[in-house]
Ligand binder design. Structure first.
Ligand code: BES
Ligand code: MN
Ligand code: ZN
Length: 476
């Protein structure tokens, strides 16, 4: 029943930073490998502790939490494990975490990110959610750095909120999530944020404007396509983020095998990352201009579905020879990229998409692929990701495959032969003009089968934090 789908956005664990601890609140003592106990550890028996990152042990009065050797990944893991340990029947409402004096802003960010996201849960059920700690007080003691640490915690919580919303949108099942739901849910959230505005265009507008790629892909579904445009800011460089918003990907007439098809409800994860990033940038009132474009469509099988062999005219006039209706992501992105180049004067264009199974094979499930026409921009994406716990690896736009994007009967061939992730990127590049552009293929890391670090099984929200961090870099 639709009404049992969790309200979007779901609730995160709250975090506050203070110099002193509270009375009558459970206390969490940090343990580094050694084991070496942090503040508040007097009287705790260390004989059963290793201090390994994420090790949580309940003692009489207190909890201990392993922070390993204190790397950023250790702190993310520790924050996430703590919240998981403080869940279930006897979960306390709140707890005080006694930080160690070496805790700098970067570790604070990592810890808060882990704590806010580690307890993430999305379950469609009529039952009450299991209990989980509602908030944590992070106790710094009198270090004199309280202000820096507080702003680090706030930023990390904003990044976690973005990741969490991106997860919510992608986890929402496709019987609820269609192009209208995705675009109007984003617009409803955007309306509540100062300086952020949302426009949702329907299939009639798309037809008048010539969005042939979006209409072709959306044609097979009874739930018509939409274009979501989110706009923020008036000054500073203009960044345009484009996200693939396929609310379900059956493959269309080139239908996918049954095994694993259900996972294609997260095929709008790139669009979700863009929506979540725009909300975060606007909530933080960053001094930058950002536009988010999400072409939303359901790739389905039906009497009006597009066919292999069709020639589709994209926004702006370029044409594509369709070879496989399952390569729908590039069809909708091509329209949106062309629209951005023609109308938005971007200083920077970044698209994010669960685009190719080939990328999953190339880089696995924890690293995104970056393709860019600009060495500088590629490096900026990798660096932005590294700062917020998202790994990227640069992939080449191989020159020797460019000629294969040409078609005999149209301007471009949709699925040129050769390495799949790369040829998809080369196809997209045709629609980017001379704007500095990066294409982020997140087919691998957008979902996880496992719980690790701050990630839980299901949609990961991957990409949202990198986009926010990139906007932060370009701010002012
Ligand atoms: N959404 C898929 C890509 C995908 C696959 C994402 C697995 C996440 C996990 C995309 O629309 C697709 O079907 N791509 C095809 C392209 C091919 C037909 C050229 C692919 O990768 O097989
Ligand atoms: Mn597909
Ligand atoms: Zn797809």
């Amino acid at each position: 029943m639709a009404s049992t789908v969790p309200a979007v956005p779901t609730k995160l664990v709250d975090v506050e930073v203070a110099t002193t601890s509270r009375r009558t609140v459970p206390v969490v003592v940090l343990v580094a490998t050694g084991p070496e106990l942090g503040p508040g550890g007097d009287g705790i028996d260390v004989s059963d502790l290793t201090g390994k990152a994420g090790e949580t042990v309940r003692h009489d009065e207190a909890w201990t939490l392993g922070v390993g050797t204190g790397t950023l990944a250790d702190y993310r893991t520790a924050g996430a494990s703590l919240v998981r340990a403080l869940s279930g029947e006897d979960a306390p409402r709140t707890a005080d975490v006694l930080l160690t004096p070496d805790l700098d802003a970067a570790r604070m960010r990592a810890f808060v990110l882990g704590a806010a996201l580690g307890g993430y849960r999305f379950k469609v059920t009529g039952e009450d959610a299991p209990k989980r700690v509602g908030s944590l007080r992070l106790v710094t003691g009198d270090t004199g750095f309280e202000e820096v640490l507080t702003s680090a915690a706030l930023k990390a919580h904003a990044l976690a909120t973005a990741t969490s919303l991106a997860r919510d949108l992608a986890n929402t099942p496709s019987n609820v999530k269609d192009p209208r739901w995705l675009s109007t849910t984003a617009a409803r959230l955007a309306d509540k944020v100062d300086g952020l505005s949302a426009t949702v265009r329907d299939e009639k507008w798309l037809a008048q404007q010539g969005f042939g790629g979006v209409l072709a892909v959306g044609g097979g579904s009874a739930r018509p396509p939409r274009l979501l445009e989110l706009t923020y800011g008036t000054t500073g460089p203009h960044l345009v983020f484009v996200g693939k918003g396929i609310t379900f990907d059956t493959g269309g007439i080139s239908v996918k095998p049954a095994d694993g098809m259900h996972l294609m409800r997260t095929d709008m994860a790139g669009g979700g990352a863009v929506i979540a990033a725009l909300l975060a940038v606007a909530r933080r009132q960053l001094p930058v201009r950002v536009t988010g474009l999400v072409p939303c469509a359901e790739n389905h099988v039906g009497g009006a579905a597009y066919r292999p062999g069709d020639v589709v005219r994209h926004y702006g006039g370029a044409t594509t020879e369709v070879q496989n209706t399952d390569a729908e992501g590039r069809m909708v992105l091509a329209d949106a990229l062309a629209y951005a180049v023609k109308n938005l004067k971007p200083d920077l264009l970044v698209d994010v998409a669960t685009l190719t199974g080939a990328m999953k094979i190339s880089l696995g499930l924890r690293t995104g692929g970056v393709f860019s026409s600009s060495d500088e921009l590629a490096a900026e994406v990798v660096e932005a990701g590294a700062g917020v716990g998202e790994k990227w690896w640069r992939m080449p736009l191989l020159e020797e495959h460019v000629s294969a994007v040409a078609s005999e009967i149209a301007d471009y061939k949709q699925c040129p032969p050769g390495p799949g992730g790369i040829t998809a990127a080369l196809f997209l590049q045709k629609f980017t003009g001379d704007v500095p552009w990066a294409h982020l293929d997140i087919a691998g890391p957008a979902r996880s089968e496992k719980v690790y670090d701050e990630v839980v099984a299901g949609a990961t929200g991957f990409g949202a934090r990198t986009l926010v961090e990139l906007a932060e870099k370009y701010s002012r």
